[in-house]
Design a protein around this ligand. Sequence first.
Ligand SMILES: [Zn+2]
Length: 94
Amino acid sequence: MTDRVTAPLSDAATPVCSAKGCREAAVWVLAWNNPKLHTPERRKTWLACEEHREYLSRFLGVRGFLKDVVTLADWEGGGGREGGQEPEGSAADR
Ligand SMILES: [Zn+2]
């Protein structure tokens, strides 16, 4: 897999938490967008360990930046971005 998730602090193979000074392995991906800087479709990502997920999501949340919080596994697993449209089953009409 290629690195779709990059954090400023991580240059190693293991993604680490984006919280300042934290070296824990990241478990969560916080997807956010600053409407003053980014187009609406743009997603910045922060990584968070269990301990900092709430802290970081609140930090983004109070600014209205936070869009999504998913596990790292889900984020990398793909298919997880704004899907949710299931094709209609074809009714047998002929
Ligand atoms: Zn952390």
